[in-house]
Each structure stands twice: as structure tokens, then as C-alpha cells.
Design a protein around this ligand. Structure first.
Ligand code: ADP
Ligand code: ZN
Length: 294
């Protein structure tokens, strides 16, 4: 069976074809223009490949309430032209196949749960620290939705007393994205994060902010695996520092050997390299097919 996956991002759209077992057959990327320019290109690609179902991991926020009229649409994004666009419906109408959708980060956690580092887990969390910060949450065998969907990249954290940077989130003074995203690093230090490798103070502060968020996620969701990725995590020193600080913050209270003795197996990089989102999207399409909604 040929399945389509679409990773819809603000700068690029990654389209891929894969199989149930997670094998990828084809993968292309097109720049994100206006919906009028871009959606026909996506339709053309998936039509030509004759996929039987499509899954979309999409930038948000999204309407994921199945009983809502605008289910499957992008809601109030600042990305020009995309607010209110029902990408799910448009793809479904044009391709006449089941189309599943979830947030990009929920697709990524799903990919890792089905095929990657969290295989076999019934609860897992995926945090990407890139230009922004996003968090996908999978709990008790399902992706988490609620009033809308979790926005844990904006979790409020305690600012370091010596940190005078005002933050870069337009909504919150002291959230993870505002204080610890790649954008925040660039604004605080006046240089791109990848050019700050030799600044020990930068990674000390950065790891303390990320660790606060991760410790809070552990306290709230109790995931069986925490996966950290995104451009900023390419900074090799960061992951071990986050692990140590999470351990310190939790201070033995959450009593499990994975936290107290084997944290290296607990807070990890993804296993699927650059593909967790696209493989998760493919799986979303497969799940939608099983629901029999088309
Ligand atoms: P996006 O979040 O835009 O999808 P990425 O996940 O690649 O893209 O993240 C981009 C961010 O990661 C930028 O802010 C960039 O400065 C930062 N970054 C990229 N490489 C590194 C690195 N080696 N060390 C630290 N930060 C990095
Ligand atoms: Zn925020």
C-alpha cells in the first residue's frame, strides 16, 4: 500500500511516499508560498503517486476538534494567507482519499512511537528546540488534544536572576520559546546559536531553561521517553547538561531508575534522524484510513 505524508511547515512543505512498515520511497520538498500557489503543487504530487491515504503534520495552531465545522484547518497563524485555510478538506476533496491531520510535533512524537526511539511506549514526549520551541505529546496510546492542543513550547519557566534579555515571545515574558529558542539565543547574544559553541555560559543558561521545561513535562505527563531535537540540540554539549539538570531539579522525587540511574536512556535524541515528522504523518494517514472516514 502506498501512503502519503506531508510535513507542512512555514518555510517548506516536505512530501513523501512510504509504506506501512515505515520505509520511505520518495521525498521531495517545495517552498511554502501562498495556499493558492502551494496546495495545487501538493495535490499534483500525491495524485501522480497514487497514494491510498494521506497524513499531514502541520504547523499550527490547528482545529483538531472532529465535531467542529472547520476541523482540519489552520486557525490563527501569522503565516500570511494561511489563517483559516482548511488544508485537510482541500487535499481530501482533490485526492478523494482519507486524510488525517495533527500538529507537526504531534506527528513527530507519533513517528518516534511507531518506528523510533519510543517504540513500544504508551506515553512519550517530543520537544523540538529550533527557531521556535514545539512539543508533541502522546499519552496512554494516543496523541493529546483538548480544548485545542498542548502548546508546551510556551510553558512558563523561572528566569535566571542574571538574565536581562526581555524574551522574544510576543505573548509571554518568560516562556521556554521566548527565553530558549534558537531565535531567543540569536536575539540575546547577537549571533546565530551555531556560532556560540565556545561560550560555556550560553549553554549553561540554555540547558537550565530547557531542563526546567522538561522536568515540568515529566511531572505533568509522566512520559516513558523524552525525545529532544531541533537545530539548537545539534549543540552536542546540550543534551548531557539537560539530563543532569533535570535530575537535579526532580531531586529523586519522581522515583524511577530511568530518572535516577539511567537518564541517558530516558532523555534521548530521535532515532529517525530527520524523518520522525514525515513518518508520523504517513501513520496518521493510515490511521485515518482505518477510521473509514472517506
Ligand atoms: P526550524 O525550527 O526553523 O524548523 P531548525 O530545527 O533547523 O529549524 O532550527 C533552526 C535553529 O537552530 C536556528 O535558530 C539555528 O540558529 C539553530 N541551530 C542550528 N544549528 C545549530 C547548532 N549546531 N548549534 C546550536 N544551534 C543551532
Ligand atoms: Zn510564549
Amino acid at each position: 500500500m502506498l501512503l502519503g505524508g506531508l510535513e507542512a511547515g512555514g518555510t517548506k512543505m516536505v512530501c513523501a511516499i512510504g509504506k506501512e512498515d515505515g520505509t520511505l520511497i520518495d521525498r521531495v520538498s517545495v517552498p511554502t508560498g501562498t495556499p493558492k500557489e502551494t496546495i495545487p503543487e501538493l495535490i499534483k504530487y500525491f495524485k501522480e503517486k497514487k497514494v491510498q491515504a494521506l497524513g499531514i503534520g502541520c504547523f499550527g495552531p490547528l482545529d483538531l476538534n472532529r465535531s467542529s465545522k472547520s476541523y482540519g484547518s489552520i486557525t490563527n497563524t501569522p503565516k500570511e494567507g494561511w489563517a483559516g485555510i482548511n488544508i485537510t478538506e482541500q487535499m481530501k476533496e482533490a485526492l478523494d482519499i482519507p486524510v488525517g491531520i495533527d500538529t507537526d510535533v504531534n506527528a513527530a512524537v507519533l513517528g518516534e512511537v511507531v518506528y523510533g526511539a519510543a517504540k513500544g511506549c504508551s506515553s512519550a514526549l517530543y520537544m523540538t528546540v529550533g527557531t521556535g520551541v514545539g512539543v508533541g505529546v502522546y499519552i496512554n496510546g494516543g496523541l493529546v488534544h483538548g480544548l485545542v492542543h498542548p502548546e508546551a513550547g510556551h510553558m512558563m519557566i523561572c528566569r535566571d536572576q542574571a538574565d536581562t534579555f526581555q524574551g522574544c515571545c510576543p505573548f509571554h515574558a518568560d516562556c521556554v520559546e521566548g527565553l530558549a529558542s534558537g531565535k531567543a539565543l540569536e536575539k540575546r547574544y547577537g549571533r546565530k546559536a551555531q556560532e556560540l559553541s565556545d561560550r560555556a555560559d550560553v549553554w549553561e543558561l540554555e540547558s537550565s531553561y530547557l531542563a526546567q521545561a522538561v522536568a515540568n513535562y515529566i511531572l505533568v505527563y509522566s512520559p516513558e521517553k523524552v525525545i529532544l531535537w531541533g537545530g539548537v540540540m545539534h549543540q552536542k554539549a546540550l543534551l548531557p547538561m539537560v539530563r543532569e539538570k533535570v535530575k537535579k531539579l526532580l531531586n529523586g522525587y519522581v522515583s524511577h531508575p530511568l530518572l535516577t540511574e539511567r537518564i541517558d536512556e530516558y532523555i534521548v535524541y530521535p532515532l529517525l534522524g530527520e524523518n520522525p515528522g514525515i513518518l508520523g504523518a504517513i501513520y496518521l494517514g493510515m490511521e485515518e484510513m482505518k477510521r473509514g472516514t472517506c
